[in-house]
Design a protein around this ligand. Sequence first.
Ligand SMILES: N[C@@H](CCC[C@H](N)C(=O)O)C(=O)O
Length: 288
Amino acid sequence: MNGCGNEILVVDLRETTARVAAEAAVALAAQAETHFDQIMAIHAPKTVGTSAYIRILNCDGSEAEACGNGTRCVVQALSSETGETRFTFETRAGLLLAEEHTDGSISVDMGKPRFSWQEIPLAEEFRDTRAIELQVGPIDAPVLHSPSVVSMGNPHAIFWVKGGVETFALDKFGPILEHHPLFPERANISIAEVTSPSALTMRTWERGAGLTRACGSAACAAAVSAARTRRTGRSLAVTQPGGTLQILWRESDDHVIMTGPAEWEWSGRLDPETGRFRRDAAEELKIG
Ligand SMILES: N[C@@H](CCC[C@H](N)C(=O)O)C(=O)O
């Protein structure tokens, strides 16, 4: 599947106790046909009242706490199977509520952003995480500097730019910043440009996945950071290379609501331990 071009492998493990091995994820990511940004592994619920437990893996085999685009894909896969439209998922980062609307768009309640340096986490104390001391390029003429940092369950840094997000070499400085000692759990690195009080454009170098066409949690992180730094209001259209997400940072309960599309592409059978894979004939079931 894909969510705004973020490549997602949804793996249905509800009927088994098997888990996707990190080696299997790396093997799948290495093949053109099964290359993905994240795996969303759907497991039987662990907690009464939840629809499923979701384990998220990046293409380097590491685990992530949150994946907004992948969550919309899971909603679409499960709703096309069951006809249900509202789901509560459990992840490493807690509970996520999600809903499919009648027009096919899907909203995910991504929870509350966290701003303290310990929660992001950062390796050293920063009292104000709206703009921290970190820069790329010469000390007296940095190319990028003073990112906003926030946790959306997973760690994000957003550098504010002008003149077009595509003009910055994110492929070069993304991996360096992802592994910067300031981020003990690494970080998702984005560059963002505010284009109006209710819109921004951005690109993201994802932790564990590299350059992607979209990142839902980064879109939330950028929207919240833009509002928090008074660059925009709290309801924004966030455009990434793969498409546009609508992000609302709700005043009433501090939760961030992400709304956007999900698209089914094809299905197959997978050995979660080895990553061995066989694509289904077109007429076979999508999931299950
Ligand atoms: N593509 C995702 C984010 C996936 C996880 C991220 N790479 C991490 O390790 O934190 C999204 O849509 O949110």
